[in-house]
Design a protein around this ligand. Structure first.
Ligand code: ZN
Ligand code: ZN
Length: 352
């Protein structure tokens, strides 16, 4: 019995010490921290106006946070524990009422959460789920982050105001609409996912069919054959072979058995991460960016890009100015810190 307990404690300690160090970003604004740059200036202005208005009417602190990935802050996995920890690290909401709200979107992790302070009843979780499923995820699936976040915040503010007793109560029609949204959200989610999958699948099939369609020799009209990847390397320039290896351009070599005529077709791959080299012109150029000086709201930053060509070996360094961060105090009550509220893990999540 004791041995088992000790073993368990030793194991728990071993795992605890092995866990990666978690850090949290510092907030620069109590309404919007768009670390991933998903929102336009106009969207930010509109969202901030709603959240300032909510605070002025109810004292509720609600903040929108976007980030590329939670891995930047040493977290790998589900968004729930990370959202609770970030919420508590920042102390969102009034410390006595625990009525803070955090909308967190981790774009590249394809996860989001609306984290509620511990002052909200459990029934609010379903409302948050409805907002996520109905307004946010369908937009996120189409890469429309700004509109999805804006629509979600709009409805969220309305719900919070009604809950706090300052908004006009929902009419019968609105209640029917919300019930329908809850019921249809799951169906909508399924249909959208299936639709997107079917569409991208058929596009891909079309591309493959088009690429494999028969070719006829321009010299004698014989039907040509497509050489396999190993054999086509002998027909490509060394630079083209490197592009294929890096995955930036894909080549098809068509061959005429009658006259030995060869046609080379190239298919550029988008978002391969390689650019065109200034010296050899092949898409074998890799750029590595280092932030030298971070931009702040009062000064510009500086980044350095190291370019390296994997074909000709050319390499050079360029420096670029990073624009000053836009000042966040354009409107509102000029509040600059959170009230010290806590969350015990309430809220809802979504994945897309
Ligand atoms: Zn031919
Ligand atoms: Zn080069």
């Amino acid at each position: 019995m004791w041995r088992a307990l000790f073993l368990w404690i030793a194991l728990a300690l071993a795992f605890a010490t092995r866990a990666p160090a978690q850090s949290f970003p510092a907030y620069s604004d109590v309404y919007i921290d768009d670390f991933a740059g998903l929102l336009t200036e106009a969207e930010k202005t509109a969202i901030r106006a709603r959240l300032v208005d909510l605070y002025d009417k109810t004292g509720i602190e609600a903040v929108v946070v976007t980030m590329r990935t939670m891995r930047q802050y040493g977290h790998d996995g589900q968004i729930e524990p990370f959202a609770t920890a970030l919420f508590n690290a920042w102390g969102v909401g009034d410390a006595a009422r625990d009525d803070g709200v955090m909308v967190l979107v981790a774009k590249d992790d394809r996860q989001m959460r609306i984290e509620l302070g511990s002052g909200y009843p459990a029934a609010m979780d379903a409302e948050m789920q409805r907002i996520i499923d109905h307004f946010m995820l369908p937009a996120f699936r189409l890469n429309r982050f700004g509109p999805g976040i804006s629509a979600g915040v709009e409805d969220l503010v309305r719900v919070l105001e009604v809950n706090a007793g300052v908004g006009k109560p929902f009419t019968l029609w609105e209640r029917a609409q919300r019930w329908f949204q809850t019921a249809s959200a799951a169906v909508l989610t399924m249909l959208t996912a299936a639709g997107v999958a079917a569409l991208s699948g058929s596009l891909r099939l079309f591309q493959i069919l088009r690429r494999r369609r028969p070719r006829f020799c321009p010299v004698d009209g014989t039907r040509m054959d497509l050489m396999d990847e190993a054999a086509d390397d002998s027909r490509l320039q060394p630079g083209q072979t490197i592009e294929e290896r890096l995955g930036s351009v894909d080549y098809d070599v068509w061959h005429c058995a009658a006259c030995q005529h060869v046609t080379i077709e190239s298919y550029r791959r988008w978002f391969s991460g390689y650019g065109a080299c200034r010296s050899c012109n092949y898409r074998t150029l890799q750029g590595t960016t280092t932030i030298v000086v971070e931009a702040t709201t009062s000064s510009t930053g500086l980044k350095r890009i190291n370019y390296q060509c994997h074909n000709c070996g050319d390499n050079w360094v360029e420096s670029r100015i990073i624009a000053e961060l836009s000042s966040s105090d354009s409107s509102g009550s000029g509040r600059s810190s959170f009230g010290g509220g806590r969350s015990s893990g309430g809220g809802a999540s979504g994945r897309w």
